[in-house]
Design a protein around this ligand. Structure first.
Ligand code: C5P
Length: 220
C-alpha cells in the first residue's frame, strides 16, 4: 500500500491538487484540515473559548470525529452528524487554527488519521502529515506559494462565487494563520527533511499535479 503526504500553508492549493492526484492514482483522499474544522465547529457551537485549554480538553471527551465517503468525496461526521457543508467558513478555519495547537485536540484525531492510512492507498493532506502523522510516507510533498499569490487566489475564488472580498485583509489573515500553524509547540507546520518542496507561485494547477505525479513515479 502506498501513502502520499502533502503539507503546506493555508491557501497553497493542497486540496484541489490532492483531489486531482488521488483521482488519477485511484487513492483515497484524506483531508485532515476538515477534521480540525469539525472539532472547531463543535467548540463554536458550544461557546467554548479557544483560549481556555481546560474547557477545550473537557470538550474533546465529548467529540467524536468520523469520516465517510460519498461518491468518492470525503464527508466529515461530528458526533454522527454530517457537517461537511458547514466547516468551510473563515470563522471555523480561524477557530481550527487556534485550537489545533492543543495536544488533546491533536491526540483526538491522530489515531483516526493513522488508521485510515492502514486500510488503503491514500493521499493525505494537512500541516503535519509528513512530519508526524505518516513519517514513513512513500512520498512527501511540501506545497507552498507566496502569501501574496495565495491571497490573490483566494480573493479570485470568492469574487467568482459572487462574494465580497478584501484582498489586503485576506493576505493579513493568511499571514496570521501561517504564524499560528508554524509557531505552535506541537506538530508545527514545517517541511519534513525528506519532503520535496514545490513552490506553486508561478505554476498552474496542471503543472503542480504533473510535478507531483512525476515525483511519485520515482518512488513507486
Ligand atoms: O487546511 P485547513 O485550512 O482546512 O486547516 C484548518 C486548520 O487546521 C489549519 O490552519 C491548522 O491549524 C489545522 N490543521 C492542523 N494539522 C493538520 C491539518 C490542519 O493543525 N494536519
Amino acid at each position: 500500500m502506498y501513502s502520499i503526504a502533502i503539507d503546506g500553508p493555508a491557501g497553497a492549493g493542497k486540496s484541489t491538487i490532492a483531489k486531482t492526484i488521488a483521482k488519477k492514482l485511484e487513492f483515497i483522499y484524506v483531508d485532515t484540515g476538515a477534521m480540525y474544522r469539525a472539532m472547531a465547529l463543535y467548540f463554536i457551537r458550544n461557546g467554548i473559548d479557544p483560549l481556555d485549554e481546560n474547557a477545550i480538553n473537557a470538550a474533546c471527551a465529548d467529540v467524536h470525529v468520523g469520516i465517510a465517503y460519498e461518491n468518492g468525496a470525503q464527508q466529515v461526521l461530528l458526533n454522527g452528524e454530517n457537517v461537511t457543508g458547514l466547516i468551510r467558513t473563515e470563522e471555523v478555519g480561524n477557530m481550527a487554527s487556534k485550537t489545533s495547537a492543543y495536544p488533546t485536540v491533536r491526540a483526538t484525531l491522530l489515531d483516526l488519521q493513522r488508521d485510515l492510512a492502514k486500510k488503503a492507498d491514500i493521499l493525505m493532506d494537512g500541516r503535519d502529515i509528513g512530519t508526524n502523522v505518516l513519517p514513513d510516507a512513500d512520498l512527501k510533498i511540501y506545497l507552498t506559494a507566496s502569501s501574496e499569490i495565495r491571497a490573490r487566489r483566494r480573493y479570485n475564488e470568492l469574487i467568482e462565487k459572487g462574494e465580497k472580498a478584501d484582498l489586503a485583509q485576506i493576505e493579513k489573515d493568511i499571514i496570521i494563520r501561517d504564524k499560528q500553524d508554524m509557531e505552535r509547540k506541537i506538530a508545527p507546520l514545517k517541511k519534513a527533511e525528506d519532503a520535496v518542496l514545490v513552490d506553486s507561485s508561478d505554476m498552474t494547477i496542471e503543472e503542480v499535479v504533473e510535478c507531483i505525479l512525476e515525483e511519485f513515479e520515482k518512488v513507486k
